[in-house]
Write a protein that binds this ligand. Sequence first.
Ligand SMILES: Nc1ncnc2c1ncn2[C@@H]1O[C@H](COP(=O)(O)OP(=O)(O)OP(=O)(O)O)[C@@H](O)[C@H]1O
Ligand SMILES: O=P(O)(O)OC[C@H]1O[C@H](OP(=O)(O)OP(=O)(O)O)[C@H](O)[C@@H]1O
Ligand SMILES: [Mg+2]
Length: 299
Amino acid sequence: MKPRDRLRIAVQKSGRLSDASQDLLSRCGLRFRHSRDKLFCFGESLAIDLLLVRDDDIPGLIADGVCDLGIVGRNVLAEQECAAQLRGETPAFEELRSLGFGRCRLSIALPQELDYDGASSLDGLRIATTYPALTTQWLKSEGVDAKVVVLSGSVEIAPKLGTADAICDLVSTGATLQANQLREAIGILESEAVLAGSTTAPKGERGELMELLLRRIEGVIQVRESKLVLLHAPRASVDGIARLLPNGQRPTITSIEGSPDEVALQAVCHGTITWQHLEDMKRAGASAMLVLPVEKMLA
Ligand SMILES: Nc1ncnc2c1ncn2[C@@H]1O[C@H](COP(=O)(O)OP(=O)(O)OP(=O)(O)O)[C@@H](O)[C@H]1O
Ligand SMILES: O=P(O)(O)OC[C@H]1O[C@H](OP(=O)(O)OP(=O)(O)O)[C@H](O)[C@@H]1O
Ligand SMILES: [Mg+2]
């Protein structure tokens, strides 16, 4: 293969992860010229090009050196990693960091009329899945003797069709399981979109570009999870209220003109601030609470 000096990142062409993946790259300042076939997009703002592909192809493209990075569900990456291990091979790709979207889990589900009382309830059953390696590995780790039936899609219908007794598939809201009279028995993998890369990081110019992109992704995720909290509080309650802020920096306290016993508090917090947090702070004496999104951050 011809050596490249431009970095290449693969994302899902169309599907559940497409919009959020492209949105993340755009927040990192990446702009692409979309070609007519839209499978290869030339990077205009940096020497980073975009490949639009089926998500299942991403680990292989990284392993083959066709691209350097990819955004893919952990479920896909883990399945292909596990399949490689079952073949006695060492995968040439790895998860570099989680990205906080596309959250779901890989779970075993049973028809509602079947009882689940621990993994041994699955002994002797046929389990339909598009994740044969992860399912096989989990069954083995639990000492369960069940048959894995490999399907390419529409797994939830298999018990009704009589081709399997149970399934192992992705679950998010649980609506698909419910619509097919199935009940989630046990989760075997927590998943979300992840940034994947080669186990041998690129060197030289491409290596520098990769570090720059990783730094920007880090920044975008940090900002996305950060909120500026503003509130008023009696001077005596400040310590108690500050302790209720999730992962907050030390707050900035300023006095309020004409109210000697009250102060204004300002803090950047990382993580979700729920209504419960606000209600707890109100009980601790806070008032005039505001939670604002942060747009950019530089320490
Ligand atoms: N119900 C869900 N809720 C949240 N995330 C999900 C859900 N289902 C799947 N995902 C995540 O989104 C990824 C892509 O899902 P999608 O259904 O678009 O894949 P696909 O049909 O295999 O697409 P492709 O055509 O690219 O092969 C999954 O691998 C998983 O990580
Ligand atoms: O728990 P839920 O919120 O119902 O989500 C679970 C469903 O979502 C995914 O399918 P998707 O809708 O992406 O269709 P696909 O199987 O055709 O990719 C997954 O394969 C499940 O079928
Ligand atoms: Mg796919």
